[in-house]
Write a protein that binds this ligand. Structure first.
Ligand SMILES: Cc1ncc(COP(=O)(O)O)c(C=O)c1O
Length: 484
């Protein structure tokens, strides 16, 4: 049923050419938001045009006032409208500056000026000279015989260097023969899951929220079971009686919340693995960057026969290298080898040896020291700016890595989080929220603010943008309450 006939918009009319259908699968709220957005994008509602009051538009459309309050509020939070208490909202964008198609979920095409996406390193700091030097050294040294097909586990030179490095820096118990060089964690995860399945695993427990590309897990034939996390990492107590026979964890810096798996949970998890002959994949993606305390050793050091340890050069150097590694229990070396031969010859040998050269020459440690200082400064600046501008919002998970977690006000729900993210993106600030990493996680909504790729002056601007967007949101909530 149509609640109103389209009206022609004139300068003297406060009615809008909008009709809503009660027979539609979409809610009235969504239809109204889309319709308003369509009018703004088409230029029918130009910059500076004042919209009808919520009461007038609700009466025109024959809907309740909160529906209009919501739609206005969302468009305000997304940066299309400016709303002041007691005044009708005003359009504040030009049609050409807005995406020209679709509804609220279409990709936004505005350039990213403030890149706060979580777990992103500053690739502009890639040590190009050190890398060139390392490649030159490798090319001088590498015998022609090593330029053929090699050991599918990877370069023996890199596997030796990694065994020493991982033992020294992460407390990983690693023999070069049990190390597999992979094309990043992405390939390592696929391999590990395939081998878990070969070894009889059928149900993989995963953190909720988590780094959530599950294609490899699904393809391996593993069923997923979500286990919630809190500030101390995965709630491993929930594994007992869960039916899971393998687990994927980020113990050193839970992704994305940021907690470190507590000592008692580590003990519990190790017991759970040993008692049931179960297997774990430890994703140790960013542990080199720890700021407030000494690095927490890898979990693998506590149970090397049950845990496949995974590391990556994507955070310390650059994702484009596509270099990662697995350290596997000795009982899995053969199945891993067999699995690997089915699908991969591994990353380029010259790159592998260049990474080994970087590690052995000390250039990698130097780079890490430099980047740790840089990231620590950016993190500290972000934390103090947030504390000054948004003192009521709690920051979590800032002890390590390349991002921190900002708890949003309690009033923000999943839709609110999405609207806030869209509004930030419209102002050039890209970040992620809880919704990206979990469809089910309970508790407060969160933003995950990366600081790897942003200068201190950029951070000042970001915090200003964030404060404005959240203030818009707060205003929306207040007006919703008063209109009820
Ligand atoms: C939780 C987590 N693990 C691992 C990785 C690294 O993946 P890859 O080595 O495939 O680049 C990332 C990258 O964003 C990540 O966020």
């Amino acid at each position: 049923m149509t609640t109103s006939r389209p009206n022609k918009l004139t300068s003297s009319s406060t009615e809008l050419p909008i009709s809503l259908s009660r027979g539609s699968a979409d809610s009235l709220r969504l239809q109204l938001r889309r319709a308003l957005l369509g009018l703004i994008r088409s230029g029918a509602l130009r910059r500076g045009v004042r919209l009808p009051s919520t009461r007038a538009l609700a009466a025109q459309l024959g809907v309740s006032r909160p529906i209009v309050v919501d739609a206005y509020g969302q468009l305000t939070a997304e940066g299309y409208l400016e709303s002041r208490r007691g005044a009708r909202p005003v359009v504040i964008v030009d049609p050409g500056s807005t995406p020209d198609v679709g509804g609220p979920d279409e990709p936004v095409t505005d350039p990213i000026r403030l890149d706060h996406r979580p777990a992103m390193p500053d690739v502009g700091m890639f040590p190009r000279n050190d890398w060139m030097r390392a490649v030159r050294t490798v090319l001088h040294r590498l015998p022609a015989g090593d330029l053929g097909y090699g050991d599918p586990r990877g370069s023996p030179v890199l596997r030796r260097a990694l065994a020493d490095y991982l033992g020294r820096v992460r407390g990983v118990i690693a023999d070069p023969s049990s190390i597999f060089v992979t094309s990043g964690f992405a390939e390592g995860r696929a391999l590990a899951c395939a081998v878990f399945h070969v070894r009889g695993a059928r149900c993989l427990a995963v953190e909720d929220p988590s780094y959530s590309d599950w294609t490899a897990v699904d393809r391996a034939g593993l069923r997923r079971l979500s286990i919630p996390v809190d500030g101390n990492g995965m709630k491993v107590e929930d594994l007992g009686g869960s039916g899971a026979d393998a687990v994927l964890v980020t113990p050193s810096h839970q992704f994305p919340i940021g907690g470190v798996l507590s000592a008692d949970r580590r003990q519990y998890l190790v017991r759970w693995l040993r008692d049931g002959g179960r297997l774990a994949l430890e994703d140790d993606y960013d542990a080199e960057f720890r700021y407030d305390q000494a690095p927490v050793g890898a979990l693998q050091g506590l149970a090397p026969n049950s845990i496949v340890y995974a590391g990556t050069a994507s955070k310390t150097l650059a994702p484009a290298l596509r270099l990662g590694w697995l350290v596997v229990p000795s009982s899995l070396v053969e199945p891993m080898n067999a699995e690997l031969r089915r699908w991969s010859e591994g990353p380029p040998r010259i790159d592998q040896d260049a990474l080994a050269e970087l590690i052995v020459s000390g250039a990698f440690d130097r780079h890490l020291r430099k980047m740790r200082r840089l990231y620590r400064d950016r993190r500290n600046h972000l934390m103090s700016s947030l504390r000054a501008a948004l003192p009521a919002l709690e920051v979590e998970g800032a002890a390590a890595g390349l991002h921190l977690t900002l708890r949003l006000p309690d009033a923000v729900d999943a839709d609110g989080e999405a609207a806030i993210l869209a509004a930030l993106l419209r102002r050039g600030l890209a970040t992620d929220g809880l919704g990206r990493y979990s469809a089910t996680a309970a508790g407060p909504r969160r933003l995950f603010l990366g600081y790897g790729r942003i200068s201190e002056s950029g951070i000042d601007l970001s915090v200003r943008v964030l404060s404005e967007v959240l203030a818009d949101w707060q205003r929306l909530c207040q007006s919703k309450c008063t209109s009820r």
